[in-house]
Design a protein around this ligand. Structure first.
Ligand code: PLP
Length: 421
């Protein structure tokens, strides 16, 4: 809440912000807080992947240099089965990106009837997805690309507002799916509660082929020593009599190499069969040598956990620095609030309504690249214009500090000018 400042106090603050901003522009910074990418040091943690030694054979003796193995390497699927909460036989290891799997899931559903469905999505007059907001812009991009109507649903501290989700999903047969990032959500860091998972799995849906796109991109990306656990969606769907409702996605993009990792798809046996009936036409098999490298490097679920602790050690100081600087510069001003996520890749900054785009523009003038305001919403339109996604992992710590300090100056400038307008 805004402190009760006199006009004189506020004017003094604005004038100071103007001076600070002018000095900032004079520094000619060039910093980038846009995309959630691992830093070079984080990538270095996995450099062992670059040594692939022969023989490249799987546990069952298959020569991995050759064609085949559409499901992906069983040993790798075993390592990720627990983290992604999918039984090994229902988990597939694929190419280097989970986003492409989400994309393909939508395309396959457009072109062929899903288990439980009556028609291909392409044959429906209109289809729609529920989009919890704030959310991930690339999910919205897939919907845009394929003409899927996006229906925003507000996020709460325990996941999407389930009263809204249940009402819409039950009433509107156009609604075929929902995007969910259930752990350390992009961008708000939310961890879905067990109750949210239970309600998603159990709710009646007007569409018989409704799918939850469960993008567990940050399943093992903890920033604290108390890893968040979420309820098992796949099991919950099965228990609720909706075994085919969940599509689970994940990847090693922010575990090993963002550009050369492994993507995963998990679902019910019927969904996996449906999936493979399409992917078999698309490829004779994934890059199994890359998958083997991951097995040799990570070894097992404990190896994965230990590796993620090393990531946390590198990035936690950056998250702490953001929090510290924002607290020093903006606490008590009423001009901003922000998340303190326990994992994932983002901090979400909330500024007064109508200020986010202006803050991003001012930051650009000062040489700080930020994700466009609005990217957290379908069609890039945050109706309140108040959310800014901060991605602190990629720059060096000193750069993060300089960028956040600059961002705080922009918030003070835009915020005080707005209050005085
Ligand atoms: N899903 C979420 C929620 C993400 O934040 C990201 C990357 O930022 C991705 C998916 C991309 O995943 P991948 O690299 O596996 O395609």
């Amino acid at each position: 809440t805004a402190p009760a400042l006199t006009i004189q106090e506020l004017t003094a603050q604005r004038d100071r912000a103007r001076e600070d901003f002018a000095a900032l522009v004079g520094r000619g910074l060039k910093l980038d807080l846009t995309r959630g990418k691992p830093s070079p040091r984080q990538l270095d943690l996995a450099n062992e992947l670059l040594d692939v030694r022969a023989p490249v054979v799987s546990a069952d003796g298959t020569d991995l240099r050759n064609y085949g193995g559409l499901n992906g390497l069983a040993e790798l699927r075993a390592i990720f089965s627990q983290a992604l909460q999918v039984p090994v036989e229902q988990l597939l290891a694929a190419g280097n990106s989970s986003l492409e799997l989400m994309h393909d899931a939508v395309v396959f559903a457009q072109l062929s009837v899903l288990p439980g469905g009556e028609r291909r999505w392409a044959d429906e007059p209109e289809i729609a997805f529920l989009c919890p907001v704030p959310g991930y812009d690339r999910h919205f991009g897939i919907c845009e690309r394929y003409g899927i109507t996006m229906i925003p649903v507000p996020m709460t501290e325990t996941g999407p507002d389930m009263d809204v989700v249940e009402r819409l999903a039950a009433d509107d047969a156009r609604i075929k799916g929902i995007w969910c990032v259930p752990k350390y959500s992009n961008p708000d860091g939310t961890v879905y509660s067990a109750e949210t998972v239970r309600r998603l799995a159990a709710m009646p849906t007007a569409a018989p082929d409704f799918r939850i796109f469960w993008d567990n991109a940050y399943a093992v990306h903890h920033l604290t020593d108390k890893p968040a656990e979420i309820a098992d969606l796949l099991a919950s769907c099965a228990q609720s009599g909706n075994p085919d409702r969940a599509f689970v996605f994940g990847s090693t993009s922010k575990i090993t190499f963002a550009g050369s990792g492994v993507g995963f798809f998990g679902a019910s046996a019927a969904n996996v069969k449906w999936w493979l009936s399409h992917t078999v036409k698309r490829s004779i098999g994934p890059d199994k040598i890359n998958q083997l490298r991951h097995v040799r490097f990570l070894k097992d679920a404990d190896g994965l956990r230990e590796h993620m602790r090393q990531h946390a050690a590198l990035i936690r100081p950056k998250f702490d620095a953001v929090d510290k600087i924002l607290s020093t510069e903006l606490s008590g001003t009423g001009l901003a609030s922000w998340t303190s996520p326990a994992g994932g890749y983002f901090i979400l900054l909330r500024v007064p309504a109508g200020c986010a785009a202006a803050v991003v523009a001012k930051a650009k003038e000062a040489g700080i690249a930020l994700t466009p305001a609005g990217a957290t919403h379908p069609h890039g339109d945050d109706p309140q214009d108040q959310l800014i996604r901060i991605a602190p992992t990629f720059p060096e710590l000193a750069e993060v500090e300089a960028a956040i300090d600059a961002l705080a100056t922009c918030v003070r400038l835009v915020g005080t000018e707005k209050l005085l307008a």
